[in-house]
Design a protein around this ligand. Structure first.
Ligand code: ZN
Length: 125
């Protein structure tokens, strides 16, 4: 378990928002498109994503009484960062910023996005 945190350079008490931020930062560096010539790039990226998914799943099951607010995807701002990276953003009811990448949406079957600011989860519906 701790090795997963190390892979994302996180402390074991990291919040879901910190895990997500660490993943996004690492994903930008380790994405196979950013590492032409590195034969291990796909494997490194897969391991990173696996660590992220696992940590987020653990955080969710550890949360007691999480509050989930459904927000339709049509109410999220769609930002196209480049050809391959699309990010959706919206505001939490606390005023905090919520963002999720297209890739995360695809891999995140329950569509839950943690708020950076409070303990609320927003569910994309
Ligand atoms: Zn919030």
């Amino acid at each position: 378990m701790n090795r997963l945190y190390q892979r994302l350079h996180l402390q074991p008490n990291a919040k879901p928002s910190e895990i997500r931020q660490a993943f996004l930062t690492a994903a930008r560096q380790l994405h196979p498109d950013k590492q032409p010539g590195n034969e291990n790039a796909n494997e490194e990226f897969r391991m990173l994503k696996e660590a992220y998914d696992h940590l987020m799943a653990t955080k969710k099951t550890n949360l007691t009484g999480i509050i989930v607010e459904p927000i339709p995807l049509t109410e999220w701002n769609k930002l196209e960062l480049n050809d391959s990276e699309i990010v959706y953003q919206t505001r939490c009811r606390c005023g905090g910023q919520l963002s999720v990448s297209q890739d995360q949406l695809v891999s995140n079957n329950d569509g839950l996005v943690p708020c950076d600011n409070c303990s609320l989860y927003v569910q994309i519906v």
